[in-house]
Design a protein around this ligand. Structure first.
Ligand code: NAI
Length: 259
């Protein structure tokens, strides 16, 4: 064995830091799945969260484990305060604290405001804004105790600009931006960094029915985004390289809109 290539002494080998826990909501598919893959690659133990797509979540966990990553599954409805208390709170108590929370799960229920029923208004606000708030509230005590944490909220460019037909969705995402900036101010002194990523047009199940050619005309980079484009920025925000970044909104939109 050449000099310098010796095995580390046992005392050093056993002080390896334990894997850091990262919960990505709605990570059985789309942008969430890409974020889960990215964080797993970066060494996080990823909590793959889903509501109904258990098979897809399990397949993703197997895929991550197959390439040497680590993770676990967690199922609850982000729009249910009761489910968050029943499922997430005990999971964090027994396996936490979380080092990273990515509030990614979200829905859109489009329609013009004059004809938008309460069900579509409330449904989107619950899933896209109240859910992230309650999930954050559930994981904050552990982060506060550990005096470290990263929270990334997946907002949207329409939360910055507005968008006809999306009064509920753009209001929820704008609210998420306000929540992000406030949490960043409240917890900066405790080393909990909170940022938002605002995707533009990303090709996933959510956008399959949108008029792609028309939208592409508005994108300076001239192409739709991929889930990996978003995951790369989330990975950065969860890394040591972003240790001095908090309260920011980063648009991942091919230049469509600034933040
Ligand atoms: P998607 O529809 O493929 O994935 C959304 C995920 O959230 C799914 O796994 C779904 O099961 C989960 N989810 C939704 N409601 C839930 C609930 N009540 N409880 C638990 N899980 C729930 O969509 P995509 O595109 O991957 O969206 C991810 C995030 O990115 C969403 O917050 C979305 O608003 C946001 N976004 C997406 C854009 C796009 O162009 N695709 C643009 C801007 C923002």
């Amino acid at each position: 064995m050449e000099a310098g290539n010796e095995e580390p002494p046992l005392s050093q080998a056993t002080t390896q830091p334990s894997p850091r826990n990262a919960l990505v909501t709605g990570s059985s598919r789309g942008i969430g799945a890409a974020i889960a893959r990215r964080l797993a690659r970066d060494g996080f133990r990823v909590w793959i969260h889903y509501r109904e797509s258990g098979e897809a979540a399990e397949a993703l966990l197997k895929e991550i484990q197959g390439v040497g990553g680590d993770g676990r599954l967690l199922a609850f409805d982000v729009a249910s305060a009761e489910a968050i208390e029943r499922v997430l709170v005990p999971a964090v108590a027994s396996e936490g604290p979380l080092d990273v929370l990515v509030n990614n799960a979200g829905i859109a229920r489009d329609g013009l405001a004059a004809r938008m029923g309460d069900a579509n208004w409330d449904g989107v606000l619950e899933a896209d804004l109240s859910g992230p708030f309650r999930i954050t509230r559930a994981v904050l005590p552990g982060m506060l105790k550990a005096r470290r944490g990263r929270i990334v909220n997946i907002a949207s460019v329409v939360g910055l600009t507005g968008n006809p037909g999306q009064a509920n969705y753009s209001a929820a995402k704008a609210g998420l931006v306000g929540l992000t900036r406030t949490l960043a101010l409240e917890y900066a002194k405790r080393n909990i960094l909170v940022n938002a990523v605002a995707p533009g047009f990303i090709e996933t199940d959510m956008t399959t029915r949108l008029p792609k050619e028309k939208i592409l005309e508005q994108i300076p980079l001239g192409r739709a985004g991929t889930p990996e484009d978003v995951a790369g920025v989330v990975g950065f925000l969860c890394s040591d390289a972003a240790a001095y970044v908090t309260g920011q909104v980063i648009a991942v939109s091919g230049g469509m809109v600034g933040s």
